[in-house]
Design a protein around this ligand. Structure first.
Ligand code: SF4
Ligand code: F3S
Length: 106
């Protein structure tokens, strides 16, 4: 399955959700995750993210392997999102910043 990684936190552009044929994106307060049991590896979402936060599970950035488990865990708790919405007003400022995991809201 595909995995949403750290760069999405506090950016949450949501372009990814519109293309998913199986509606497996789930939305939290400042991050999105993919349900790994529903994702069919269609690859459509990966190029939609403007900040490259989505990866196949076998090639997530080094040090972000824990996002596999995080996507699994949080997708069971958060509601499905299928329509794009406006990102946070300060999303641009958070693009590519390291250490955003500490800012993840559940
Ligand atoms: Fe949805 Fe396809 Fe992305 Fe999986 S790879 S989350 S099925 S758009
Ligand atoms: Fe996040 Fe990129 Fe989707 S920032 S919400 S993974 S478009």
């Amino acid at each position: 399955p595909f995995v949403v990684t750290e760069n999405c936190i506090k950016c949450k552009y949501t372009d990814c959700v519109e293309v998913c044929p199986v509606d497996c994106f789930h939305e939290g307060p400042n991050f999105l995750v993919i349900d790994p049991d529903e994702c069919i590896d269609c690859t459509l979402c990966e190029p939609e993210c403007p900040i490259n936060a989505i990866y196949p599970d076998d090639s997530v950035p080094a040090g972000q392997e824990h996002y596999l488990e995080l996507n699994r865990e949080l997708s069971q708790q958060w509601p499905v999102i299928t329509e794009r919405k406006d990102p946070p007003a300060d999303a641009k400022e958070w693009e590519g910043r390291p250490g955003k995991l500490d800012l993840l809201e559940r």
